[in-house]
Design a protein around this ligand. Structure first.
Ligand code: SF4
Length: 408
């Protein structure tokens, strides 16, 4: 449901092996903020465009087994994050709102018991219209959820049907109202360039979303991902010119309405940016627990990436064994990849990042990316301002080209 999760494209995960550590001369002097990502892998039905680790629910959510495995997963990871504060928690999926209020409450209590969660930590939960009950949402909030992210996608019943969503426009509107009554911070996920969508229909969707005046909007271009039903049976989607016009319309309308675009797909009112996702883009650390969850964790002499088993049943079975067999991959991120990953994330941010944070968060010297920086500046893709890495206006339009400069 939510494209920004602690998940990393599979092809980027290599088998464990011997990888050189960061040299002592480029070790990290401090650790970045730490977030927690929790993956809830079940959905009522699999959407035909979805390439997330989500599984159609055959019966009830196996809450007891899931919570026991989650606790085991977390406890086995504790030595990796000893003593560190957790600044944000993101419960994503899948459809976390399939969890009962009691299960969610136990989950958050477990996190508070095991982790040093900041008292004012941002705690986001993803929810799908169609799984929303007013009482349950109020209970989620009472347990500590203070931000909700709703997978609305569209207010057009025909588009929702084409996307295989289980909700209709009326349920979408009701879900937003319930979420707004439950928490102060609400995000709406909306997609554009949908099958058969016109520019006018896109504008209408956007106006309906903006009318709710939520603090945050996430606007995603529909992409036909490999290994999805849409990849096999592609629907007719708007061409590049029409989808570019939709993007222009989104930029103008959100800006006029008071939402500032701060990332490729993220728009926020003042003070409403998603702190959890900002931590990813600023190359912070995150521990990922749950099936298929990925994590990135820094130590003074290395940065590692970890991935858990994707299949929910296997992850549950292996996690409770507490022998590490629920970990699918774990490896040190090599220096070349570190530089690329840092820039890949940083350049998604409209304001970019301070260049000093490169050494701070990768442990590498700026010399490691100097040739790529020089090339990108010479092509006019990277802002010439020293002390900052930020896409220029041209680089923002051709972000893939800019990011590719940093690919070794
Ligand atoms: S609701 Fe649909 S898009 Fe969201 S995670 Fe489930 S299957 Fe994927």
């Amino acid at each position: 449901m939510h494209p920004i999760s602690a998940q990393v494209p599979e092809e980027r995960i290599k088998k464990p092996g011997v990888v050189p550590r960061i040299s002592a001369s480029s070790a990290l002097t401090s650790l970045p903020p730490l977030s927690l990502y929790v993956h809830v892998p079940w959905c009522v039905r699999k959407c035909p465009y979805c390439d997330f680790n989500s599984h159609e629910l055959k019966n009830e959510v196996p809450e007891r087994e899931y919570l026991a495995a989650l606790q085991a997963d977390l406890e086995q990871a504790l030595p990796l994050i000893w003593g560190r504060q957790v600044v944000s928690i993101f419960i994503g999926g899948g459809t976390p709102s399939l969890l009962s209020a009691k299960a969610l409450d136990e989950m958050l209590a477990m996190f508070r018991a095991c982790l040093n969660v900041l008292p004012d930590a941002e705690i986001t939960m993803e929810a799908n219209p169609g799984t929303v009950e007013a009482g349950r949402f109020a209970d989620y909030a009472a347990s500590g959820v203070n931000r909700m992210s709703l997978g609305i996608q569209s207010f057009d019943d025909r588009a929702l049907k084409a996307l295989g969503r289980i909700h209709d426009a009326r349920q979408a509107r009701e879900a937003i109202e319930v979420a707004q009554r439950s928490v102060d911070r609400v995000n709406l996920d909306l997609m554009y360039a949908l099958p058969g969508q016109s520019i006018e229909a896109c504008a209408k969707d956007l106006q309906q979303a903006m009318a709710f005046q939520t603090g945050h909007l996430s606007l995603y271009h529909l992409t036909l991902e490999p290994n999805t039903v849409f990849a096999k049976y592609p629907p007719v989607v708007p061409d590049d010119d029409i989808s570019a016009a939709m993007q222009d319309l989104i930029t103008e309308a959100t800006s006029a309405g008071g939402w500032e675009q701060y990332e490729v797909s993220a728009y926020a009112k003042p003070g409403q940016r998603c702190l959890h996702n900002l931590n990813y883009w600023e190359f912070g650390d995150y521990l990922g627990i749950g099936p298929g969850a990925h994590g990135k964790l820094s130590f003074h002499d290395k940065i590692i990436r970890q991935a858990k088993l994707k299949n929910p049943a296997s992850w549950i079975e292996k996690s409770v064994r507490r022998d590490g067999s629920h970990i699918a991959e774990e490896r040190i991120i090599g220096p070349a990849e570190l530089g690329f990953e840092f820039m890949l994330n940083a350049l998604r941010l409209k304001d970019g990042v301070a260049s000093s944070s490169f050494k701070e968060h990768t442990g590498l010297s700026l010399l490691a990316i100097k040739p790529a920086v020089d090339r990108a500046r010479a092509r006019g893709l990277l802002d010439p301002e020293l002390g900052r890495f930020r896409a220029s206006a041209l680089g923002w339009r051709f972000l893939n080209d800019l990011q590719a400069e940093f690919l070794e």
